[in-house]
Write a protein that binds this ligand. Structure first.
Ligand code: 4AD
Ligand code: MG
Length: 481
């Protein structure tokens, strides 16, 4: 007899004579009621054990975390909150779980504690829900682009290019670290390395993606991305997943339209397809908020917040307008917003971004037309820039509670301008000859952006630390498992 998923049992339209369910015991009450979970849904199925006819030895082994197989009848439940339960006729213990040693006790654990048990935390309700939502969001990303005819491109993980020019790369080498070959100048001889050159893990698939957009028209990447930035924050990972669409003949406005439509689509998809999990996460959040002072609690519950993003256009604001708003704002006396930008040209700090989104506009914001010298080399220079106020057609999307969720731009499609920019920044033209070829042969206006997948998952699940929305987080000083 094949076992049935708990989700399907709970959604059954009739009671059933003989069913088999397999899963892990969440709790076992009164020597009688097992709450059984198999990961197919946040909901447990209650299994009622006939304890008088079950050997004492077996009852003792029904402990939190144990894997069991139950056979019985699916009957309507008299208990509140569940439609069906299983009247158990036979029970097998598949795998014991020593209650003295199993770390996931049926009580509330702190997120910090759970992080030290990333391989077991997924057995809790919250992490089960988060990981299912993550999976659905990832499907929605593919569905959105595939339905629109975008081609999915797998850009390389190992590359010689530093796409962002920020130098925050993990190096890749096969050279023996205790005996590095040196060249005549006494430097490491990467010619002797596996690829005959120096390589690193990708910080972005954009540059390779652009070459494909200039042939296939509309492409997207969705893959792991690596940054060796020493930012120990709740928004940064050393290994994260990024989605990077790139579209030929799109300008900055088209790029904003695409990003907004895409984000709204995937959030709507999660709302429609993760109802139980999101409801659970909303409840978890409300519980957590109770311990905070009134002023720090969020004004909207999770589902309301997600719906708000769907129903309201993102506010589009130029960098220059944003600086004016920040300059005119009164700094919060309680050190919330102390640092006021005086200078046009300064990069925005996360507190500025949060002020704009959470205090001033109170909705997602698309900031565009940034100063050229704080953005990457490949961004399209605006034609109408005043002296000393050169801007590029960049856009960052800022989300409440998250800050930057998207970074993108229209690309510099003019060969001469691009080369000049690379020269000024001392970017090796020979190394990037293949990138320049896109401008040499059939160049055209094009634009794209990168969405940090974990930041999206953070927003949708209402979690606050990025370590809690990726299965096995990699952060400075921590790469367990
Ligand atoms: O703004 P970034 O650095 O842009 C790029 O990499 C461009 N090449 C994208 C493009 O135009 N195709 O990164 C894009 C997004 C950020 O907005 C953020 O959401 C996320 O990637 N991100 C991170 N997420 C988690 N941890 C980190 N260390 C991240 N760095 C960037
Ligand atoms: Mg950025």
């Amino acid at each position: 007899m094949k076992h049935t998923k708990v989700k399907d049992l709970l959604n059954s339209t009739t009671t059933l004579q003989e069913v088999n369910a397999k899963g892990w015991v969440r709790t076992f009450r009164n020597n009688q009621f097992i709450a059984l979970n198999d990961g197919s849904t946040i909901n447990n199925i209650q299994c009622v054990v006939d304890f008088e006819n079950t050997p004492e030895e077996t009852l003792k082994r029904i402990t939190t975390g144990a894997a069991v197989s139950v056979f019985g009848t699916l009957v309507e439940s008299k208990g509140a909150g569940q439609k069906y339960e299983i009247q158990v006729t036979k029970l097998e213990i598949l795998g014991d779980s020593d209650p003295e040693k199993f770390p996931m006790q049926p009580k509330k654990h702190t997120l910090e504690f759970l992080r030290t048990n990333a391989h077991l935390r997924v057995r809790t309700n919250a992490f089960g829900a988060i990981m299912r939502v993550r999976s659905v969001l990832s499907y929605a990303v593919h569905k959105y682009f595939q339905d629109k005819g975008f081609v999915y491109v797998n850009t390389p993980i190992i590359t010689g290019a530093d796409a962002e020019g920020a130098g925050e790369m993990f190096q890749v080498t096969s050279l023996p670290l205790d005996n590095l070959p040196k060249n005549e100048e006494g430097n490491i001889d990467f010619k002797k390395d596996f690829f005959g050159k120096h390589t690193n893990l990708t910080v972005s698939g954009q540059l390779e993606g652009e070459t494909f957009a200039m042939a296939l028209g509309q492409i997207y990447t969705f893959g792991p991305t690596f940054r060796a930035e020493n930012s120990n924050t709740s928004r940064h990972l050393a290994e994260f997943w990024m989605i990077e669409p790139e579209v030929a003949f799109n300008d900055l406005d088209d790029n904003m339209d695409l990003a907004e439509d895409f984000i709204q689509y995937v959030i709507k998809y999660a709302l429609d397809n993760c109802k139980d999990d999101l409801k659970f996460l909303e409840g978890r959040l409300l519980e957590e908020e109770k311990s905070k002072p009134q002023a720090e609690r969020s004004e909207m519950a999770l589902l309301e917040k997600l719906n708000f993003v769907l129903e309201n256009n993102f506010k589009r604001v130029s960098y220059t307008e944003a600086i004016d708003i920040l300059r005119d704002s009164t700094p919060n006396k309680k050190k919330k917003f102390q640092y006021i930008i005086e200078e046009w040209g300064a990069d925005l700090q996360s507190e500025h971004e949060r002020y704009l989104v959470e205090k001033h506009f109170k909705c997602p914001v698309i900031l565009y037309d940034y100063p050229a010298n704080i953005k990457a080399f490949y961004m399209r220079l605006n034609d109408n820039t005043e002296a000393g106020r050169e801007t590029v057609r960049a856009m960052d999307i800022l989300f409440p509670g998250i800050g930057e969720i998207v970074g993108g731009s229209e690309r510099e499609e003019r060969y001469d301008v691009l080369v000049e920019k690379m020269k000024a920044l001392e970017i090796d033209e020979e190394e990037l000859y293949w990138y320049l070829d896109t401008r040499r042969f059939g160049s055209a206006t094009h634009a794209g952006f990168g969405l940090g997948f974990e930041r999206l998952v953070l927003f949708v699940t209402g979690m606050t630390n990025i370590r809690d929305v990726i299965p096995f987080p990699r952060t400075p000083g921590s790469a367990e498992f």
